[in-house]
Ligand binder design. Structure first.
Ligand code: SF4
Length: 357
């Protein structure tokens, strides 16, 4: 058995196992004892937890909280709503669609960790949404829809499938003439970098005109280790581009220092920050949610002009009608008939002519 499989087999999901790694606080203990939904992590990711600090960004993402039982703003059956699963189009369970030319292909409902802020909770954490993971049915649907150019293979975590199943999915998608790009959404390079084995590299690698992109999720610099850096290097070395889709999380990355550090560290290990997601209105995650403006403010105060432009993710709200970008609105101070007044991150202004169309 490979190391990543051992890690999955030895998931930390009981207080007894957790106590070997950290000093569990009374609040954490109570929340774990009272939770009705799945929780757990790979031993590797657990090893990154601070032993004594319950505010540790990794502890907060992994360990249940009493606030999960409260829900003021979350939408029940959120995923069904968000993915338009109750809409008019007849699609297999594996296919979610918000755009004409791109679809999400959901192939599994297990994960390496069960993030407390997950908006796909009903599918992966409490498992109240039961889908039929019929891969061939999904592939057939994609084949019949020639307007689809791009397939996002998602879950759960699709890289938890065995190599031969991943190989099958990639091969079959590539056989469909209208597919131009395959994307994987996987947190494993961060929470289980051991998964990027030689075998997986062989499956993902080798030149093909239909490229593979992988977006992972890293929310705090503390999640990045030498092992992550090596896993990303291995992915890049076999031709897989790696981006990050961070989630804006109150108390974890919503301060200037953590936010800047995260995005700089991502670049240091060759991951391109791609998106910063506003936390979606799924139930039981209100305690992680910031005001909407927060993400744009952080880009203004921590990234733009303060560090490399490559470190800047696009801040978006993912909604049932697609992603809506939100950027800092301080750039245009004034728009007159003859000129624009623009402001930079230091508050300095300059003008540009307003050229009539
Ligand atoms: S890895 Fe992704 S799908 Fe799985 S629990 Fe975390 S956020 Fe949800």
């Amino acid at each position: 058995m490979e190391e990543w499989q051992l890690q999955m087999q030895n998931q930390i999901d009981t207080i007894e196992e957790l106590e070997k790694i950290i000093n569990v606080s009374p609040e954490e203990r109570e929340a774990i004892e009272n939770t009705k939904v799945k929780w757990g992590t790979t031993p590797y990711f657990a090893s990154l937890m601070d032993r004594d600090d319950p505010k540790c960004p990794i502890r907060q993402q992994v360990l249940p909280s009493k606030y999960e039982q409260q829900n003021e703003y979350g939408i029940e059956n959120y995923l069904v709503y968000k993915e338009n699963r109750a809409g008019d189009e007849d699609r297999p369970d594996t296919i979610a669609r918000q755009y004409e030319d791109r679809i999400a292909f959901t192939v599994v409902n297990t994960c390496g960790i069960y993030c407390r802020h997950c908006f796909r909770k009903e599918l992966v954490v409490d498992k109240s949404l039961k889908l039929r993971f019929d891969i061939d049915e999904g592939l057939e649907w994609i084949k019949e829809h020639s307007e689809v150019r791009e397939v996002l293979v998602t879950g759960g975590d699709p890289l938890l499938l065995p190599d031969d199943q991943i190989e099958y999915i990639i091969r079959k998608i590539r056989e469909i003439p209208h597919i131009e790009m395959i994307r994987f959404g996987s947190r494993l390079p961060i929470i289980l970098p051991h998964r990027i084995t030689k075998g997986l590299q062989k499956v993902l690698g080798e030149y093909h005109k239909v490229p593979i992109w992988l977006n992972t999720q890293c929310n705090h610099a503390k999640e990045i280790t030498e092992k992550t850096a090596k896993a990303v290097w291995d992915l890049l070395s076999c031709g897989v581009n790696v981006g990050n889709q961070a989630v804006l999380l109150k108390g974890i990355n919503d301060d200037v220092k953590s936010f800047q550090e995260l995005h700089q560290m991502l670049l240091n290990i060759r991951i391109r920050p791609y998106y910063l997601f506003y936390l979606e209105p799924a139930p039981g995650i209100d305690h992680f949610r910031t005001p909407i403006e927060k993400g744009a403010e952080l880009i203004r105060d921590a990234i733009r002009g303060h560090t490399s432009g490559l470190a800047q993710p696009m801040y978006v709200i993912a909604t049932n009608i697609g992603k809506i970008p939100l950027m800092p609105d301080y750039y245009i101070k004034h728009k007159g008939k003859k000129e624009y007044i623009l402001e930079n991150h230091r508050g300095e202004t300059t003008s540009l002519p307003n050229i009539p169309e």
